[in-house]
Design a protein around this ligand. Structure first.
Ligand code: AMP
Length: 208
């Protein structure tokens, strides 16, 4: 099954994609995670991408499309995959359709106020990529799952979050109509609690 999680930053794409990928035994492909790894490893791609990421802007389409095309050639993608944070523009979606078929697109719906509250309190584990809200952590710097170090992503700072949301509305939201027209879109409420939202994802995919 080839799936896409669409939605604003902080709608729960990563949380649900990781869990579903684990259950279906297929890889979760997060272009954000791939880019952050390039930045950490100081590759040429990472150096080009970081100035866009720091500002909450989108990395140019050709960089992203090349990176994804390569990733899909890995053997672990043979039985399907879940995209999280890709595509983010119609140009990326068009390119994707030229080299793969998508079975369904989960559109996670959440209000801007919910997103701002979630992201400004979000902490991410630098070891396992798990995400947590600060209000639920006993220790705000230690991952409760694996003991790794929790970080507050620079682009989760409030000012950058506002820009990322604006970029979502301006450049990514058009994908809702794009995939609805193709008959692939499944709307799922993402504004509630994690379990409730995840149950909605499973129902939409007829997996529950
Ligand atoms: P994310 O972790 O998905 O929120 O992505 C973090 C940042 O990486 C975004 O704010 C963008 O700067 C960049 N990024 C991730 N995925 C894409 C994409 N598909 N197209 C363009 N930029 C991306």
């Amino acid at each position: 099954m080839n799936l896409i999680f669409l939605g604003p930053p902080g709608a729960g794409k990563g949380t649900h994609a990781v869990r579903l990928a684990h259950e279906l035994n297929i890889p979760q492909i997060s272009t954000g995670d791939m880019l952050r790894q390039h930045v950490r490893e100081k590759t040429a791609l990472g150096q080009e991408a970081s100035r866009f990421m720091d500002a909450g802007e989108l990395v140019p389409d050709d960089v992203i499309i090349g990176m994804v095309r390569q990733r899909l050639q890995q053997p672990d993608c043979a039985n399907g995959y879940i995209f999280d944070g890709f595509p983010r523009t119609v140009a990326q979606a068009e390119a994707l359709s030229s080299f793969t078929d998508i079975d369904a697109v989960i559109n996670l719906i959440a209000d801007d106020e919910v997103i701002i509250r979630r992201l400004s309190g979000r902490r991410v584990c630098s070891a396992c990529s798990g995400t947590f809200h600060i209000s639920r952590l006993e220790n705000p710097t230690v991952c409760p799952d694996c003991g790794g170090t929790l970080i507050h992503r620079a682009d989760d700072a409030e000012e950058t979050v506002l820009n990322r949301l604006e970029v979502y509305h301006r450049q990514t939201e058009a994908l809702i109509a794009y995939y609805r027209n193709k008959g692939l879109l499944l709307d799922v409420q993402g504004g509630g609690g994690v379990e409730e939202n995840y149950a909605g994802v499973k129902r939409a995919l007829k997996l529950a």
